[in-house]
Design a protein around this ligand. Sequence first.
Ligand code: GLC
Length: 557
Amino acid sequence: MSQQHSAAPAPTSAVEGRPDWWRDAVIYQVYPRSFADGNGDGMGDLEGVRTRLPYLRDLGVDAVWLSPFYASPQADAGYDVSDYRVVDPMFGTLLDADALIRDAHALGLRIIVDLVPNHSSDQYEWFRRALAEGPGSPSRDRYHFRPGKGRNGELPPNDWESIFGGPAWTRVTEPDGTPGEWYLHLFAPEQPDFNWEHPAVGDEFRSILRFWLDMGVDGFRIDVAHGMVKAEGLPDLGDHEQLTLLGNDVMPFFDQDGVHDIYREWRLVLDEYSGDRIFVAEAWTPTVERTANYVRPDELHQAFNFQYLATHWDAEELRTVVNRTLDAMRPVGAPATWVLSNHDVTRHATRFANPAGLGTQIRLAGDREVGLRRARAATLLMLALPGSAYVYQGEELGLPDVVDLPDEVRQDPAYFRGAGQDGFRDGCRVPIPWTRTGPSYGFGDGGSWLPQPADWGGLSVEAQTGEPGSTLELYRAALAVRRERADLGAGDAVEWLRAPEGVLAFRRGEFVCVANTTGESVPMPAYGRVLLASGEITEAAGEAKVPADTTVWWSAS
Ligand code: GLC
């Protein structure tokens, strides 16, 4: 292990505060490459994040989730980890991580780190050893190595495809120079899948958990949390189109029941630590009911609600997914979560301008004004629902996806492997603008690893701060109301109110939320005092006009 480890300082304690803070927390996702660049090399880093923590505190979020910053060859932007206990030099050092955790805690912010247990980098020591030691060696058992099919083993062991496109298997050249076994990688070839049947894998990850818990983190976001256990015998999918099955059905490599045993063990480790720390699962399951399995009382705390993320801006669809989510979570006693954007999908300010029916990864320019109006309305709706909500960096600025990045700057492996998507994920990963002008709009002094559009300055934190009606001020106001009024995030139910077609209206105690998803303004009763609205509300004689694609919050008291 590198000297960084031995330099690790004493553990920091977690933030004092409300127990169960996570049940209604607003958690902000930082994508470290693209948030703030502290050393001017064009790439965001931990020091950049640390210096911007006051911004996040003032925004009003409760916790920060950081996408991976560990040692990595960056074949998949850090989701290919080559040392789980070391900070990649491009992001800083373990001392920077420690300073970040300490400063966040001092500001009352919690820190959640990403854990990538489904696969390692092909540069991880275990995998390099497995390659070097050859077929039949015990080191190969820590991954899924198999002989190929066909006369000379020239065909992959089964028909699974990589999520990024192409076969999920790569054939290796053995130490003696001959073509040999194949290994499984559900993502890029540089991301071999661990064999979780091997006890050393579990031991290693429990140790990694402890390492970061000792560093003082408040929780983990578990990458591909539905992927670690594969069906016995690695059976073929057969005559199925994998892409159409994904997300709609249980696959032999996703959402296998055995994965829950791992989480029961992890929960015991986490519960040894003080401070109400949490796990959140990135589990793309076919239904919210299956997602609820991950958050049973002795497993994880939260799971992202991707069914909600994938829902169109449509009142009926939204009502259905909200009801189904709340109904699925209630029996297991876990909070619902709500999320609209992250580093893998088209930003919602762009997605909501797409014609309904397009997937979450299709990137069309669309009508920016409509997209932003709907995104603001969707955010206020999300923040009014019971449970916890996730905000992806830059959505508070109303950033659109960058749909016209030139091919030569793209870095997403999904793009290069032609994942069958018209999109690619670089468009939601462009560094965010902090200032109106200046090099990379305040992201850093040394440019930006992906080019920012020319109008980025007008969307910057500086341009929107104090600007009435700006998206940034809307988020600040919404989060302030959420902090003042416990009734927004609390509980596990909403009381639906009668509303015209295309309009959602619900009450939670003395709080009323109305979301008009139609393209027309609609009359609604004025429920009390307007707390906040994503557009201009006009009221007269007890009636309010809620404009097209607008959400309004009322206090009925
Ligand atoms: C998750 C991450 C994504 C990554 C993949 C493989 O889905 O969010 O960015 O490419 O896992 O680790």
